[in-house]
Design a binder for this molecule. Structure first.
Ligand code: PLP
Length: 363
């Protein structure tokens, strides 16, 4: 495995090495069947055991309340930007949703919702370059809205909601794509939490959707069958042929998380991992963090070089050290280290050492 880099890419992101090795070892012959897991029916006993096990593991890792359904939905996170309004807006006489604008994905989600009804931006941190979660008066959460949407962790900017807005009877919807299962969350506070697989869960192209049962069954009549969450809930996410390989990989990743001690243990490690990098930023005039210190993410650490002309050299030399995909998103620039659950602390230490050395020789 000596050729494996420390992969800081935002997504598709690195998965746990142990998981990749297990998948490789049983790829040609799953469970003694003489066939690969990607060659068997999504309705086979063996695949049903995989998806059942995912349900069990998710319930265990999240302490999900009993009145929530677990759905495995096609189309990644952005497909949910459409599915959320289509499934939720029709519950109310006026089709109105509320959006907290905290970054690019929040903007995209709001724009998509605006195609189906009023999608009100109730707070925004655009004026400070999305470096924080904005302050807002609780009264902005109008109680006649069908839902309120947040991006719980802002992947491009490296900010996150440390505590979540109180929305009263308005269901709170969270896009948790870049942080799902990285910290303990009280799921009962949310109507829906969704996350694309490709950052903390598995391969790209699917989304995990955790939804309170009473929100099912209200989709707009024109909602495509395969975007109606009730279709997934009624058919154990197997109404049509699902991405069996992604769900199999999800199972391995969930088992890995449980072996590591579950979400609380991962959260402690994630705090430690991110702090190593924030300590480098805070003790340096050479690097400048993007996120306001009160709103820092533990999953995406973003920073600039005081002298941006050194960016290319930084990335090139980092890569020579096996530190891959550190370039920030084009909308933000600079550097972003995405450090999801699967990033080992050794990778973080290696990056921190590199940063100090690069500062010493170029500062
Ligand atoms: C990566 C990401 C997305 C986009 O996910 P896709 O599966 O590519 O649609 C959406 N929201 C957040 C918060 C993300 O980090």
């Amino acid at each position: 495995m000596s050729s494996r880099v420390y992969n800081f890419g935002a997504g598709p992101a690195m998965l746990a090495t142990e998981v990749m090795e297990k998948a490789q070892a049983e790829f040609l012959d799953y469970n003694g069947m003489g066939a690969s897991v990607i060659e068997i029916s999504h309705r086979s006993r063996e695949f049903e055991a995989i998806i059942d096990r995912c349900d069990e593991l998710i319930r265990e890792l999240t302490s999900l309340p009993d009145n929530y359904k677990i759905l495995y939905v096609h189309g990644g996170a952005r497909m949910q930007f459409s599915a959320i309004p289509m499934n939720l807006l029709n519950r109310k006489p006026v089709k109105k949703s509320l959006y907290f604008e905290t970054g690019n994905f929040a903007k995209m989600a709001q724009k998509e919702a605006a195609r189906y009804g009023e999608a009100k931006i109730v707070a925004s941190s655009a004026d400070t370059g999305f470096d924080r979660i904005p302050e807002f008066d609780p009264s902005v959460v109008e109680q006649d809205a069908a839902y309120a949407h947040i991006t719980s962790n802002n992947t491009l900017y490296g900010t996150r909601w440390n505590s979540f807005p109180e929305t009263g009877d308005v269901p709170l919807v969270a896009d948790a794509t870049s942080e799902i299962l990285s910290r303990v969350i009280d799921y009962s506070k949310f109507g829906v939490i969704f996350a694309g697989f490709q950052k903390n869960l598995g391969p790209s192209g699917m989304a995990l959707v955790l939804i309170r049962e009473d929100l099912l069954g209200h989709a707009m009549p024109e909602t495509p069958i395969m975007l109606d969450y009730k279709t997934y809930a009624d058919n154990h996410s197997l109404a049509n042929t699902t991405n069996t390989f992604a769900i199999y990989m999800l199972k391995l990743m969930l088992e890995w998380k449980l072996e590591r001690g579950g979400v609380a243990a991962l959260e402690a490690i994630n705090n430690q991992k991110s702090q190593i990098l924030y300590d480098v930023l805070d003790s340096s005039g050479f690097y400048k963090g993007v996120a306001h210190p009160d709103h820092r993410s533990t999953m995406n650490v973003t920073f600039n070089l005081a002298n941006n002309e050194l960016l290319g050299k930084f990335l090139e030399q980092a890569l020579e050290q096996g530190l891959y995909a550190l370039k920030g998103h084009r909308a933000v620039g600079g550097i972003r280290a995405s450090i999801y659950n699967a990033m080992p602390i050794e990778g973080i230490r290696s990056l921190a050492d590199f940063m100090r050395e690069f500062e010493r020789t170029n500062g």
